[in-house]
Design a protein around this ligand. Sequence first.
Ligand code: FE2
Ligand code: FE2
Length: 260
Amino acid sequence: MVLLAHLSDTHFNTRGRSSERAERVMAFLADLPTRPDAILVSGDIADEGSAEEYAQARSVLLDADLPVLILPGNHDDRALMREVLFGQEPSRQPINQVHRVKGLTLAMLDSSIPGKGEGALDELTYTWLTDLLAATPAEDSVVLAMHHPPVPIHSTVVDPIRLTNPERLAEIVAGDDRVVGVLTGHAHVPITTVFAGKPLAVAPSVASFIGCDWEVSAPGHVPIDYAPDPSLYFHVIEDRRLLTALRPVPMGGWLSEPLE
Ligand SMILES: [Fe+2]
Ligand SMILES: [Fe+2]
């Protein structure tokens, strides 16, 4: 069994609130009796994509004693992410990464388009994924992760800026028995649905909650809510099956006694 903790959309900014929420979630994960095999953070790490925000993200997210796997979203800057967060050369090429653990291949795809809100998987990324799958053992399970959901999810905010070219990805997902599911962020609301016949889990945001289109009161209204506690997903991958559990993390701390 593989246990993944899945955070998304931390939107680190210079005001400190996002940082406090991410710190709380990381502290919760650090205290878990069963350690996750890895922590995935599925994009929109920074709010403005500044070096200062990535420095914050580095100190909060990369202080953990287990692998923290970070992929970019539409608010991120590839070059600064590489330089400040990963300590790498500041290239603007897609940030595609793989993590292998206990028979799971987690392929993290860069669905961002520099300077744009919507997403796409470019030719370099599709070639990278095809080569990766060709080199992945037949007995492995494969999970694909990226920032942008590949299907509409009744989000007035995010549907117009979802993944714009999901067709080739759908063929890969449907045609490969090893692929057990797809994980994304971007929507700031926990949603599970199906993509190409496999589970699609859209993770909640650590920073804020965005209501679905039935919460929109007038054209152009953005139903964003900063009051709910941060939350995350846990994913269990075993026997070629993906199980997803939602976990809100109260900012006030752990409550182990029932309320009177
Ligand atoms: Fe976001
Ligand atoms: Fe996003």
